[in-house]
Design a protein around this ligand. Structure first.
Ligand code: NAD
Length: 283
């Protein structure tokens, strides 16, 4: 069982988590199951979602797992109908599916003319379909499930949507222009949606994790032999607390934003959980 920083009461609430087979959202799913939620785990990787659902059930929680592609609107709409019938109407939506892709990543941080060998992916080599993929996964992959599951919240005031932004939404990180732009779009969309749904009792917020080591970024942070890359050195130098976050350190912000008792008047915010990264100018 996870050690929760505090408890909130989500008894009987249906909570849909996308990307729930992944590192961060599997932990979110477990945390809210421990608070009594009926957790619906959606992931492209069905086996990963099922494995986490099984763990939750073994620990006495309530969980359902479904294969889902958050970019396929027809599939998400069908799943929504199925989940509504099998589990109940969605009251909490965590839009966790997201990530970067090597096809939208430059090899180098800075462009130096004449400094390019054959293997270098420069800004000019970035693959349009790679950029499109990353933009769509992060932005449409949040918008499409929201279109499906927020409908349930219209009939039950008190619905909560939580999006996952990133440090690069505040200031872009080198090498990953599409991911940075897409997460900036997520922060912006969180504000837009918060305003749009403000009259119908749905709160929309986001958290912006700083640097946590996960499957998604480990190749950027550590060499194959396990030694830290120069990028890791730069991250730690730019993080006033001087360390990577432990993913459990996101749980307090998760529970805070999901609790209508704690944050009933909070909507449209993006909370950094970053050891001071977004506050630090580097000087
Ligand atoms: P992860 O790669 O471990 O998990 C992402 C999950 O999304 C995977 O299980 C994957 O199968 C699933 N997924 C991918 N495409 C999908 C699709 N089309 N439909 C449904 N599911 C799909 O990543 P993570 O580190 O746990 O990240 C979770 C979220 O947090 C992402 O939005 C990520 O951008 C964000 N984030 C992570 C960090 C970090 O340090 N790890 C920092 C900031 C933001």
């Amino acid at each position: 069982m996870l050690k929760l920083p505090f408890n909130i009461d989500l008894s009987g609430k249906v909570a849909v988590v996308t990307g729930a087979g992944g590192v961060l959202c599997s932990m979110f799913a477990k945390a809210i199951a421990q608070c009594g939620a009926k957790v619906v785990l959606l992931d492209l990787n069905e086996d990963a979602a099922k494995a986490i659902a099984d763990e939750i059930k073994q620990e006495g929680g309530k969980a359902w797992a479904y294969k889902a592609d958050v970019l396929n609107k027809e599939c998400v709409d069908k799943l929504h109908d199925q989940i509504k019938a099998e589990v109940g109407p969605c009251e909490i939506l965590i839009n966790g599916a997201g990530g970067n892709n090597p096809r939208a990543t430059t090899t180098k941080e800075y462009y130096f003319e004449g400094d390019l060998d054959a293997d270098t992916v420069s800004f000019f080599d970035l693959d349009k379909s790679g950029v499109e993929f990353v933009f769509n996964l992060n932005f449409l992959g949040t918008l499409i499930p929201t279109q499906a599951f927020a409908k349930d919240m219209l009939d039950h005031p008190g619905g909560v949507i939580l999006n996952i932004s990133s440090m690069n939404a505040f200031t872009p990180l080198t090498k990953i222009p599409a991911y940075s732009g897409a997460k900036a779009a997520i922060s912006n969309f969180t504000q837009w949606l918060a305003v749009h749904f403000s009259k119908v009792g749905i709160r929309v917020n986001a958290m912006a994790p700083g640097f946590f080591v996960t499957k998604q970024n480990e190749k950027l942070l550590f060499n194959e032999d396990g030694t830290p890359t120069p990028r890791t050195g730069k991250i730690l130098a730019a993080t006033p607390m001087g360390r990577f976050g432990e993913s459990e350190e996101l749980i307090g912000t998760l529970l805070y934003l999901l609790s209508n008792e704690a944050t009933g008047f909070v909507t449209g915010v993006v909370i950094p959980v970053d050891g001071g990264f977004s506050a630090y100018s580097g000087v």
